[in-house]
Design a protein around this ligand. Structure first.
Ligand code: SF4
Ligand code: SF4
Length: 355
């Protein structure tokens, strides 16, 4: 009962957050190019495909516009890809972004991380880094489609930590049926390496993951994963372990597997600049959510006048959500799970867990 009240109070607070829609998190999708071809990749990136990246001047134009209109120190920039480190002018751009006052962090597969890269990250102001680690050697290399990728990822974690120059060095793991039996061993490995955080997420049916559907977890495995996370959160204050923000889970699991109750901030406090110059919220959202382009409108103007379909989500209350009593806590779940073709949320974690 207490938890239900807390969740209700949280959702009331989120109504205010939605109304003021202060930008606090900004993804920069640096490139769609990648040096791996992972089986679970949610994007359409392909290492053989040439994709023109948004030129440096235009990227900086967007950051300058944001810095002029909002408070950069309050906006965390999340640098993603593709693989960010394949972009040649990455550090030139990020040094300027950092000089404007933005804190920034990066997600990397670790393939290109060596001591020189770590030094460049530090020089250009990186605060946090997340290295993808999707299992022990065999499972990780299988998922990442590369025999070198496990060693490179573990090495990257060690190098970032050894430098001592970053606030948070964490691992991020896509849990699937191949690696779920390895979580305990991965935990020991990560403790041994000394990472400060471990974020675990599950695959949702998108991009190449839709084709490799054997990687998706069934209800029993999801519950097993949640019990693992809950147990480790309770017993290990030294490493911050959490489930990603994906999907509303209901009171049995909310705040047990992650810090806060569910809230999808896409377009509310989260915006993005995509690799082609489009504006969106999270890079995992499909093209239907695009809100403008750098050549057409400034980001701040788009943020103030558009993004309306993300801030008022009543239109999403259709089909399975129509009569759901959880609506006020869930609001239709994660935007990235919305299926435009079917006009409904593709996956409801709450229903799956409570079936
Ligand atoms: S769309 Fe998905 S990734 Fe983006 S804020 Fe919502 S839950 Fe998070
Ligand atoms: S049915 Fe819809 S509103 Fe209800 S929990 Fe599932 S996704 Fe959320």
């Amino acid at each position: 009962m207490k938890k239900q009240f807390q969740n209700w109070a949280w959702s009331q607070g989120m109504k205010f957050t939605t109304k003021v829609h202060d930008l606090t998190y900004f993804f920069w999708e640096t490139t769609l190019s990648c040096n791996l071809k992972c089986r679970h990749c949610g994007s359409d990136c392909d290492k053989d495909k040439f994709i023109e990246e948004l030129p440096k001047e235009k990227v900086l134009q967007v950051f300058k516009n944001i810095a002029e209109n909002y408070e950069p120190k309050d906006i965390m920039v999340a640098v993603t890809g593709g693989e960010p480190l394949v972009r040649k002018d990455l550090f030139e751009i990020l040094s300027e972004v950092s000089s404007m006052g933005f804190p920034w962090g990066m997600v990397t597969n670790g393939m290109l991380v060596d001591e020189a890269a770590v030094e460049k990250c530090a020089e250009s102001g990186m605060k946090t880094v997340s290295v993808s680690l999707d299992g022990l050697r065999e499972a990780h290399n299988h998922l990442r489609n590369s025999e070198l990728s496990y060693d490179r990822a573990v090495n990257a974690l060690r190098l970032f930590l050894k430098s001592g120059k970053f606030d948070i060095v964490e691992a991020i793991t896509c849990v699937n049926s191949d690696n779920i039996n390895q979580l305990e061993d991965m935990y020991k490995l990560l403790k041994d390496i000394g990472v400060q955080g471990w974020r675990l997420f599950t695959i949702f049916p998108k991009g190449r993951a839709e084709v490799n559907s054997e990687l998706l977890l069934n209800k029993d495995l999801v519950i097993r994963l949640f019990n693992f996370i809950k147990d480790k959160r309770n017993s290990n204050p030294g490493m911050h372990i959490s489930y990603s923000e994906e999907g509303y889970l209901g009171c049995n699991w909310e705040r047990e597997v992650r810090d806060d109750f569910f809230f999808c901030g896409a377009g509310i406090n989260i915006g993005s600049l995509l690799a082609d110059g489009s504006y969106s919220a999270c890079p995992s959202l499909p093209r239907e959510w695009i809100q403008g382009h750098v050549d057409e409108i400034s980001f701040s103007e788009a943020w103030e006048t558009r993004y309306k379909n993300m801030r008022d989500r009543k239109w999403m209350r259709t089909k399975g959500c129509e009569s759901c009593k959880q609506w006020s806590n869930c609001n239709g779940s994660s935007l990235h799970l919305w299926d435009f073709k079917e006009g409904k949320t593709k996956v409801c974690h709450y229903n799956m867990l409570n079936a």
